[in-house]
Write a protein that binds this ligand. Structure first.
Ligand code: SF4
Ligand code: SF4
Ligand code: SF4
Length: 326
């Protein structure tokens, strides 16, 4: 019964969210193009979380879902991270609470930030090796097409399910780790943490992980995104030869209009420095999650743009007083 009420509430929330998103899109398009982007992003994130809840009420193959997210990144880059990922939303909500309390965020040294971003490749490699180890310990009995298909979505590849952990909604339509009044609650990675920690330490390790990520996100914006392996696998595609055109959705900079004011560097939730440093053109960094905050805040007309292929979706505009621009 409780679950049905929650499901109805989520449905209403998703409909209300879509209506608000439509209004915001019209306002952004008609009025001053970018100021309301942050709100639009929040609405998109909330609607996505409700959609993810519904998605999990069907028998979705987790690894199929992961494949869809990864393949979509060829076109959309890390749009998933900036606009859809539920874990990203939780971190953004914690950031809003910190802002409301007027507490300033901490900035990681650039070298440490870049190290953490690169460390994600090691984490990704670790999970891939884990899959290989399990395949070697328990080799599949035959390798015909059906067996390969089955393995791709379950069996030894089951451990890759951890890559989908950021997508887990707070209320889950299955038997989650915490039950209150007929509702099951979960949190990204918690079920994997419990699974891999063993019976004796599961609760303590799970609570420590939860505490660290909540406190960490309070002081450092999008803290988990700095070393999340899902984020890097979404971003890695354009590192391959022949994929330099990817992603089609990207940020572009017009160097002649840039005054090096540094706003883009300060507002970026994951401290991307390339938008500030790069000498114009397509911004090519796997750290950028296309949240578009830098475009929203860059105070010079058309200096930064969000492009889809060659088509501009929206661009920065003058929002400083004329005297401040000159
Ligand atoms: S980096 Fe990971 S946690 Fe962050 S938004 Fe992307 S998938 Fe979600
Ligand atoms: S905010 Fe715009 S003008 Fe300022 S440094 Fe960044 S790109 Fe240049
Ligand atoms: S560089 Fe811009 S679009 Fe990319 S993550 Fe930073 S603020 Fe968001």
């Amino acid at each position: 019964m409780t679950m049905e009420i929650v499901a109805e509430a989520l449905k209403l929330m998703a409909f209300a969210g879509l209506a608000i998103a439509a209004i915001l899109v019209v306002l952004i398009w008609k009025k001053n193009r970018t100021t309301k982007l942050t709100y639009l992003k929040f609405v998109a994130q909330v609607v996505s979380m409700a959609a993810v809840f519904y998605l999990f009420t069907y028998t979705v193959r987790p690894l199929l879902l992961l494949a869809v997210i990864l393949i979509a990144s060829v076109v959309l880059g890390r749009f998933f991270c900036g606009w859809i990922c539920p874990f990203g939303l939780y971190m953004d909500i914690i950031t809003l609470i910190r802002k409301a309390l007027k507490i300033r965020y901490r900035i990681l040294p650039d070298k440490l930030n870049k190290f953490l971003h690169n460390f994600r490749y090691i984490l990704l490699g670790f999970f891939l090796i884990l899959v290989l180890i399990f395949a070697l310990i328990e080799p599949p009995s035959s390798l015909n097409l059906f067996m390969l298909m089955a393995l791709l979505f379950a069996g030894h590849f089951e451990h890759l399910g951890i890559m989908l952990s950021p997508v887990v909604p707070l209320i889950v339509p299955w038997e989650g780790p915490l039950e209150i009044g007929g509702l099951y609650f979960s949190y990204p990675y918690i079920q994997e943490v419990i699974k891999y920690s063993g019976k004796n330490f599961a609760t303590i390790i799970a609570l420590t992980f939860l505490g660290l990520t909540v406190v960490g996100s309070f002081f450092v914006r999008r803290v988990w995104c700095r070393f999340c392996p899902t984020g890097i696998s979404v971003a890695a595609i354009n590192r391959f030869k022949g994929f330099k055109w990817a992603p089609m959705l990207h940020i572009e900079k017009n160097e002649t209009k840039c005054t090096k004011c540094g706003i883009c560097k300060r507002v970026c939730p994951v401290q991307v420095t390339e938008v500030y440093e790069q000498k114009g053109g397509k911004i090519m960094t796997s750290m950028c999650m296309l949240c578009t905050r830098c475009v929203e805040m860059c105070p010079y007309e058309d200096c930064l743009k969000v492009n889809f292929g060659k088509k501009t979706v929206f661009s920065s505009r003058n929002w400083l007083e004329p005297s401040e621009i000159e």
